[in-house]
Structures are given as C-alpha cells and as structure tokens.
Design a protein around this ligand. Sequence first.
Ligand code: T4K
Length: 436
Amino acid sequence: MRAKGIRAGSAAVAGASGGAPLADSAHRTGLATPMTVVRDAALPGRKVVKSAADLAINGAPPMFPEPLHVGRPNIGDHRRFLQRASEILDRGWLSNNGPVAQEFEQRIATFLGAKHCVAMCNGTIALEIATRALELKGEVIVPSYTFIATAHALQWQEITPIFADIDPATHNLDPAAAWRMITPRTTGIIGVHLWGRACPIKELQAMAKEHGLRLMFDASHGFGCSKDGLMLGNFGECEVFSFHATKFFNTFEGGAVVTNNDVLAEKMRLMRNFGFSGYDNVIYPGTNGKMSEISAAMGLTNLEDLDDFVAINRRNYQNYREAISTVPGLSVLEYDESERNNYQYVVMEVAPYFPVSRDQIVDALHAENILVRRYFWPGCHNMEPYRSYYPHAGLMLPNTNRVAERVVVLPTGSTLHADAIRGITSVLGVLASGKA
Ligand code: T4K
C-alpha cells in the first residue's frame, strides 16, 4: 500500500511536468508581471517528498517558504492598467458612472453577447439589488452548497433562503430537490453555477415557469463560461457575477448584473445609485452599488488578458488532473470541454476509502504552506443564522453534507508555478500510502 502510494506520487510528478513554457508576456509590458516566468523548470530548492518522513506534519521543513493561496488574483498587463489609472487621476472623475465604468459595461455586455451589464461595487450588493429588482419575497430556493453571500443577500432583505440539496456528481442544485422545497410562499429560485459549471438551467426554467417563480442565477464563478455555447449571463431573468480579487476575472472588488431585460436593467441602474434620476430627483428606494473608475480600469485591463488566464488555468487543471488521476481515492471534478470554461477552481474530491481523511489532507498540505480550502464546508445551513433558524435543515441535505466533507480546492491561477503542482501532488501521493 505504502509503495503503491509512493509510486502514485512519483507518477504524479512525472505527469505534471508536460507542456511547453507559457507565452512570456514581457514583450507586451516590459514590466515583470506574474505571467513572465517560465513555469516548467523545477523551483530551486523545492523539497522532494518521497516518504512520510519528508512531510512537514512529521517535522520536515515546509515545501514552500511562502504560502500558496487559493484565489491569488489574475492580474493583466500592469502598464496598461497604470496608464488607465493615470488618465482617471488626470480626469478627476473617480466614480458615479464615469466613462471607464461605462466602457467597462459595454465591453462586458459585448463579450457576453447580452444586452445589459449593470456594473456594481461587489457581487453581494449585485445579488441584493437583483433580488430586490425582481421583487422576491417570502421564500427563495437556493443551494446550501455555495458561498454564504448567496444566502445572506436574501436574509439581509428578510427573504428566507430555503436550502435545496445538490447533485453530488455536479455539486449544483438537484432540480428534483429544488422542486420538493416549493411551498405557497416561494417566489423565486437562485441557481448557482458552482465552480463556473452551469447548473441545470433548463430544468430550473421549466420549474419556474410551471410554478410562476422568478429565476435568476448566481454566476459569481462563471465569468467567461458557457452553456450550450451561450455565455453565462444570458440565462434566467438576470445573472449576477462577482469580480472579487479572488475570482477568475477581477476588478479588485466588483460585480455586475447581466440581463437581456431592458426594464429590469433600468430599475437596477436606479437602485445602485440611491434611486436618483437626474439631479435632486429620487424616484426609487436605492442603495450605493456603484463601481468605481479604478475598478473598471482593472476590469478593462484584465478583460484584454482573459485568454491568457484561461490558458494558464486550463494547463494547471490538466496537470493536476493528470497527476491526481493516478492516486486511488482522489479525483478532480471535470469541466465539459465542449463548453467555454475558466478553469478557476481545481476541485479535488476525497473518496471515503482514501487512507487519510479530507481534514488530515488539508492539515498536511497547510503544514507545507499549501493553503488549500474546504470550500464550501460546512454548507450555509450549518452557519449562522441559518444553523439556529433551521437546526434540522441538514436532514434534507444529505448530498450537500457529503460533498462538503470531501472537497479540497487546490491553488491555481497565473502565479502558480508548474513545479508547485508537482510538489503538491507528490504530497498527495505520499498521503495515499496511509503511512503519513
Ligand atoms: N456568490 C458566490 C457563489 C461567491 O463565491 C461569492 C464570493 C459571492 C456570491 C459574493 O461575491 P463578492 O461580494 O465577494 O464579490 C473568497 C472571496 O472573498 C469571495 O469573494 C468568494 N466568493 C469566495 C469563494 O472566496 P474567502 O473568505 O475564502 O476569502 P479570503 O480572504 O480567505 O481569500 C482567499 C485567498 O485569496 C486568500 O487566502 C489569499 C488570496 N487573496 C485574497 C485577496 C482578497 C489574495 O491573494 N489577494 C487578495 O487580494 O472568500
């Protein structure tokens, strides 16, 4: 068992080493950006892990001197961003639907092939504004297996999030489970495209139509992804994106609601600006959800480098997958290659028969300075206030509980060195021996 595990780890190392060096972006920028390194060389001085004795949890030094994070930002060409920033300063127009934010909205709408992009200060406010614009109230069905903001955006407005279970194969809402949660108080459904993989849109659409419910999507993870060839952003009544620093595409902080509905778009534009319609004239209750000019400048810059980010993430994902597929009991959630994907989340699942637990894997990797995450454990229903409000919600969420206990999200992105993936998967190979 031990030898098998160690061999698996070694194979993993070999498997992750393929591929040509990534395109060097220095020719475009002249500045050192995270994408300028040649990624296939071995990281100098990286610890080689061959047996349990080499692991940091057993007293060996950590593999990486600095932490490797999940969610390191993808940052485009520094010079173009700084040029835009300088122009913003010269113009002295920093917020309130400035020219950069307007250009950003147009470019995003064009990129997604949608009519309207309403840019916001973050994804959570975008969710709140979208749900309010749709006049959701009473109960709204959401998955529990999502970032807490999906539920909080409802609760914040005194709308009750009703947690429906997921399909363990996709980690997305199970339509049959969602159907079971419909009551006379239900007004809507928020599907979440978890990990950027589309949730069952058609089934949810049919259900919403049959029961007279409003349907929107939390597409926070799904920027640049498609379903049946159509970009996410075009489904339901509207879709919400997060452009937080940790997302595939970031604007420092930011978000947007994308919709093909003119009336809804207009309503949300009012709502994000206190309800102002011209000077001194408020015609709607609103909040402050505006995107700043500097955020929009970051967005325009990153949009220009999106293809590079996809290529890097895809290669990381493939390297992980190739390596991890040789380790019995571990697997990487697959992306549908017939769609557009951003490959931003490398989601590893730990089978019950793997010799060490998911949390032991996390502890061992953290000791190596590999700060993997247990997203989205323990599920929204196990966090406050939902845990106190609905102490028995878990009875209806067996798949959520199971999946939340076996997922480990691995570091990826443009700052991750290919040799780091070899290192990470070599630790997994040793853990597979069960002797750690
Ligand atoms: N719906 C869904 C499905 C979402 O996933 C999210 C956000 C939302 C709605 C709400 O959208 P926003 O309102 O956030 O726009 C992170 C993000 O903060 C959060 O935006 C994201 N989901 C969630 C999945 O991940 P945490 O609590 O894991 O963040 P944190 O601070 O631990 O950051 C993760 C790692 O990223 C750090 O270990 C280091 C690295 N990092 C982070 C930042 C901010 C950097 O390297 N640089 C940075 O600037 O929630």
